[in-house]
Design a protein around this ligand. Sequence first.
Ligand code: CA
Ligand code: CA
Ligand code: CA
Length: 217
Amino acid sequence: MRTIGFVPVAALALVLVGTTGALPIADATAAQRPAAPSDFNGDGYADLAIGAPAEAIGGTGRGAGGVNVLYGSALGLTAAGDQTWSQDSPGIKGKSEGHAMPGCCDRFGTSTVSGDLNGDGYADLAITSPDEGFGGDVYSGVVNVLYGSSHGLTAAGDMLLTGPLIDPDIRGFGWTIAAGDLNGDGFDDLVVGASGYRNLEGPPGRGWAYTGGAAEE
Ligand SMILES: [Ca+2]
Ligand SMILES: [Ca+2]
Ligand SMILES: [Ca+2]
């Protein structure tokens, strides 16, 4: 079984600084490219993810956040097969927290970006929650990565990127995010920006790059 690896590296120096993660994907020896950077189901039509970070999820109160996904077709975007994702969706890491809950608020969907991170020909979607608490610290921020498939985005293999695993004082990890093939290997990569540091110590903001790719068996 092949795996994809994400390796956080310093944004500017491209030096390994943190953790790695892995998840199973279909066999792939080289990166394939989707027809569009947001073609989540590989049918040749671009799809659209819409973040709603103020959304209430169930009884959470506002601010938990959700993401709606509409799929493209020969007639344009259609409601057929549309999806709603939140941190309460089955298989998605995390838990939705809004104003009615102690962990207020995640703001899941503050930023989204798509690209084919594992080179399987299906676009993937990164969703940020910059106010998510992690490791007992509020507002540290996380990013969920959902992978595309022939059935569209799926929770299978959902990956959670967390700023505090890189630096425990990071705040607002995921206020900004971008995707593109930074190192020219055919696999799209992610750059995640954090707005600041706890107690205003350290630099005012930083960014980290995660390289996508299909790892060897
Ligand atoms: Ca599509
Ligand atoms: Ca993919
Ligand atoms: Ca790359």
